[in-house]
Design a protein around this ligand. Structure first.
Ligand SMILES: [Zn+2]
Length: 296
């Protein structure tokens, strides 16, 4: 099934919860390349995918968030880009029940564009084109561009995708609440992002990560005002990350998410999921509420 077909009969799509914190829970060490686990820890990666499909996700993301050439360079793994991205997609597709979706996750390069940093738009675009090409050829149903902080970098990714694929893409940035409104730490505002991403043809526009459910709802309201009919993506963290005995913890439970569901559902058409700290319980709660919503 194509993504657009799903939205002909439904107006809420449920994504998965966190991947990174689930990998850490299964032993991924600080400084280790998460995408390498697609090969060295296939079983654990597939366990996470299966867990989310079992919990009721309509679509699951591949473990390829850091699979761009520039990001893999940090680990000396650029020459394995194709292999790591391909394995990420294959791992997810092998676990995918019929009628469900796999989206190729693409995250920031970790480098700053000129003039603040030392990489050019061409270098960034080339780096993401290699990844997008790998993800598309391995069979993803679309792309999920997430946690971006600089709209210029995000537009490079979109450009890269268009050079090698016509699959749909969801474009998501991470905003912080400031006295002047929501903005990314690189200074991209919500309105600026929506205008640019609508123009670039994003299938859905939204926000992931951040500071928990209440903040993402406030952000959703702002998004909806500027973007009245398009599909919104909201993928909140399970609250603010807090350090407890040297371990990063997230305190918002599935019950916390459930209590805010009526506000979330008002944003439809909506793609809903969970970012850092969320797990199968959060997704299971959303599944139950979405099913009840359609039944009523
Ligand atoms: Zn996150």
């Amino acid at each position: 099934m194509k993504l657009a077909e799903f939205f002909k009969t439904r107006d809420i799509m449920l994504l998965d919860g966190a991947t990174g914190s689930q990998l850490i829970a299964r032993g991924l060490k600080a400084g280790e390349c998460p995408e390498m686990w697609n090969i060295t820890h296939k079983k654990q990666v597939q366990e996470i995918t299966a867990m989310y499909f079992d919990a009721g996700s309509d679509a699951v993301l591949t473990n390829t968030f850091g699979g761009s050439a520039l990001k893999l360079k940090d680990y000396g793994l650029t020459d394995r880009l194709h292999e790591l991205n391909h394995a990420g997609v294959k791992n997810a597709i092998e676990m995918k029940p019929a009628g469900k979706f796999v989206f190729g996750s693409m995250g920031p390069s970790g480098k700053m564009l000129e003039p603040f940093g030392d990489v050019t738009e061409k270098e960034v675009t080339d780096s993401f084109r290699l990844q997008a090409d790998s993800l598309a050829s391995a069979g993803v149903d679309g792309f999920m561009l997430e946690t971006f902080l600089d709209i210029r970098e995000l537009l490079c990714v979109i450009n890269a995708i268009k050079q090698c694929s016509d699959l749909p893409f969801i474009a998501s940035m991470t905003y912080t609440s400031t006295p002047g409104g929501f903005t990314t730490i690189m200074g991209t505002g919500v309105q600026e992002a929506v205008i640019a991403l609508t123009g670039a043809g994003a299938f859905a526009i939204g926000s992931n990560c951040g500071n928990g459910i209440v903040n993402i709802i406030n952000l959703g309201r702002q998004l909806r005002q500027i973007f009245p009919v398009g599909t919104i993506l909201l993928k909140p963290n399970a609250g603010e990350p807090v350090l407890k005995d040297g371990v990063t913890c997230y305190n918002e439970t599935a019950a916390d998410f459930e209590s805010h569901f009526p506000e979330l559902v008002a944003f439809k058409p909506l793609i809903l999921g969970g970012c850092c700290g969320t797990h199968a319980d959060h997704i299971r709660s959303f599944r139950k509420l979405i099913d009840q919503h359609y039944a009523s």
